[in-house]
Design a protein around this ligand. Sequence first.
Ligand code: NCD
Length: 303
Amino acid sequence: MKHILKAEQFTDVAFVDKLCESAEKLRAEDGKGKILNSLEGKIVATLFFEPSTRTRLSFEAAAQKLGAKIVSTENAMHSTKAAAGEALPDIIRIVNQYADAIVFRHPEIGSAEIAASVSEAPLINAGDGAGQHPTQALGDIYTLKKEFGKIEGLKIAMAGDLKFGRTVHSLLPMISLYKDVSVYLVSPPQLRFPEEYKKPGIKFEESENLDAVLDTVDVLYVTRVQKERFASEAEYLKLKGSYVVDKASLSKMKKDAIIMHPLPRIDEIAPEVDSDPRAAYFRQAKNGLYMRMALLQELLAKN
Ligand code: NCD
């Protein structure tokens, strides 16, 4: 695999499992304070045309923990010559002159594929608009395995903005690699999960009612209503706050269920939930770091 663009590239469950094992190994080595240097001499570029905290910083931390160096544009829409009208393929060709890998985020669906088509260096899609976010999904798969030991047989609700939320667009195809998973897609009708990301082999139920599935599911994967994708503020305000997970929700959930969220949250998970051991979202963010180390190593390390 040269570029990482979408979840559908991951067709081999053994490969995904291997990445999770490698993430786990890197975590153990990191925990022992070992200096890792498998990417020594490499330069990773992070080229972000959209805001980011977790994805960019975790990739940069991951690269540095492996001994690579970083060149970065955190606000590329304004701070690169995109602002002067330079075309994306040219920007990518130029970054190729300096870096060994490119971590790329952009507001347009399909932009990562366009960028990768002119990139000799491995290019990683770190979110293309309302399209996909495959490295988040890999981190989420690692989280599910770590929390439950296995993914087979889990009942997973994905709730919130399933139309524009790119993390679930990548997570669902990735989950379809595992057997007997049931997925409950819970959203307002305007924010339904797009057909194109649904995969055969997964049992779906779609509804608007989160309360009705709370006592059934092992995993509640909450997403933010994606303000930046709406045509108007008024439309966003109508749907913001569609679901709020709070202490009352927790009281209906199984004792060994978990709550995940790619973050950032706005108001869809009340802070009172954070102290419950079922709140897995901060653990999930840490897992993303080790999965990104595993991925960078897979793409860049000399074997
Ligand atoms: C997500 C994203 O950017 O798609 N954040 C992340 O990468 N962890 C989710 C979001 O912004 O809602």
